[in-house]
Design a binder for this molecule. Sequence first.
Ligand SMILES: *[C@@H]1O[C@H](CO)[C@@H](O)[C@H](O)[C@H]1NC(C)=O
Ligand SMILES: *[C@@H]1O[C@H](CO)[C@@H](O)[C@H](O)[C@H]1NC(C)=O
Ligand SMILES: *[C@@H]1O[C@H](CO)[C@@H](O)[C@H](O)[C@H]1NC(C)=O
Ligand SMILES: *[C@@H]1O[C@H](CO)[C@@H](O)[C@H](O)[C@H]1NC(C)=O
Ligand SMILES: *[C@@H]1O[C@H](CO)[C@@H](O)[C@H](O)[C@H]1NC(C)=O
Length: 521
Amino acid sequence: MKRKYENKFHFNVSTLGQFTRHYWRQSKTNAARTTAFIFFSIFLILAVLVFAGGIDNFYFPGVYSHNSTLTITTKKAPKRAEFQLICAKGNETQVCPTTYPISHHNPIINPSHSSSPKCPSYFRWIHEDLRPWQETGITRDMVDRARRTAHFRLVVVNGKAYIEKYRQAIQTRDIFTIWGILQLLRLYPGRLPDFELMFDCDDRPVVRSEDFHGPNDGPPPLFRYCGDDSSLDIVFPDWSFWGWAETNIRPWSIVLEDIKEGNKKTKWKDRIPYAYWRGNPHVTPTRKDLLSCNSSQESDWNTRLYIQDWDEQIKQGFKDSNVGDQCTHRYKIYIEGWAWSVSEKYILACDSMNLYIKSQFYDFFIRGMLPLHHYWPIRDNSKCTSLKFAVDWANNHTNLAEAIGKAGSKFIQEDVKMEYVYDYMFHLLNEYAKLLKFKPSIKPLGAEGTLMEVCSETMACSSNGISNRFMRESMVKYPSHSLPCTLPPYDPHVLADFFEKKANLTRQVEIWEDEYWHKSN
Ligand SMILES: *[C@@H]1O[C@H](CO)[C@@H](O)[C@H](O)[C@H]1NC(C)=O
Ligand SMILES: *[C@@H]1O[C@H](CO)[C@@H](O)[C@H](O)[C@H]1NC(C)=O
Ligand SMILES: *[C@@H]1O[C@H](CO)[C@@H](O)[C@H](O)[C@H]1NC(C)=O
Ligand SMILES: *[C@@H]1O[C@H](CO)[C@@H](O)[C@H](O)[C@H]1NC(C)=O
Ligand SMILES: *[C@@H]1O[C@H](CO)[C@@H](O)[C@H](O)[C@H]1NC(C)=O
């Protein structure tokens, strides 16, 4: 079969070669010759791509709209059936295809290889986030109570997803969050149990722990993008991992590659030896406060701070906001916004040392990072002096500072790569589902509600512009050929140790800082 295909392929190449030579001799003008040359080159490049085993990842835009499959066998990777979008044509209504695998009859999974690697350490917080329900489980009533602020309810039954929408979310947050969960279902078909949850797409956590005391108080389980020490909201990856259409920030897997390239552009020691920040200062007073640390003729705080005007960027086509091009300084400042900031992962992925201003809100992965290992801690109540000391120290200890920068970016590039983001979602939802004490229902909750089946088709086929592009770029095309990583067990001692270590390291830096300012006064 394969042999035959190759013969046919050679025949095509040589026929084309003859044709090209003939055309070349006949053509009188340079333009015609150039055309012939380009035509032949493109054909050769395509041929090389196909036979180098790149067909698995090679993207034919035309193939999307129908379900014909390319069946070329390659030597390297075993053949995998690609999930394609099956969009309705013309005036047909879009339906969810019934041909999705919803169980994991995946021949590529070899039981003898199923001992998956251990998940990154920040996966421990899955147990911590679900601890309020560990004793009681999660009842129908608790979920219903989470509806008060939720933007949507998500139900997954037999591998199919249903959404009941309650209110409009900011920008496309809800759309890309739901899209992300649908991609998770494509990645691990049939591996998640049935579940049902409430999701709030706003910034700040709302389930205050002080309102719930006894173990039988039953706080409402509410999913959102961040948490803080005084709340019980369940932390889930934010929408930007699949793209942030309004700011033109592409899906994480693509941006991460851009930043890796950006890191290579300037050697660490050749970078500008100041602390850099660019962002919108108007979202919260602490950011306005940071701007007062910009270096000026009167006071040099070792900083370079800039205002990002998104409206202006939108007008200019995001010319200056490519996150991949922002590893030009040795030190980069992270400061939270109204809550956690989406910018965090882009800043940390850059291998400049991160100056992390103490934050109230955390997202799902930052909880695994340690001061002096992955970033340099900065006080939030004395930012300018803290920043000046940090940069001064780091410029005196460039090897150490460079190593902290590299460790931070390695953490983001390896432990927070898209595969692990999906695994985090998988384990969080899987552990959550285990706690449910009722059978998830695909009936609408409210009398006015409508519960609609959603799938990649219902979302992507009808979308357009940047949203459509980001969905296609972030779409999962194959079920995973391996199992999710292995979740570390709940161990309160490990966690307590981690908190203590983090506090110790932060205190250490603050002591150095106080000595420095004490001496220079
Ligand atoms: C597309 O899929 C449907 C259902 O599986 C099948 O009946 C049809 O023949 C396929 N069309 C093509 C062009 O492969
Ligand atoms: C689609 O449009 C054609 C003509 O424009 C019409 O004949 C046909 O009934 C329509 N189909 C549906 C499902 O509305
Ligand atoms: C901060 O200072 C730099 C010059 O050192 C200047 O270019 C920049 O505009 C200033 N930023 C703000 C927000 O004023
Ligand atoms: C950095 O080195 C300079 C010159 O040796 C010294 O004056 C300064 O105190 C040092 N700063 C820190 C934070 O170590
Ligand atoms: C934190 O510091 C204290 C005292 O400085 C020390 O006894 C303790 O072992 C440290 N803990 C960790 C986890 O490093």
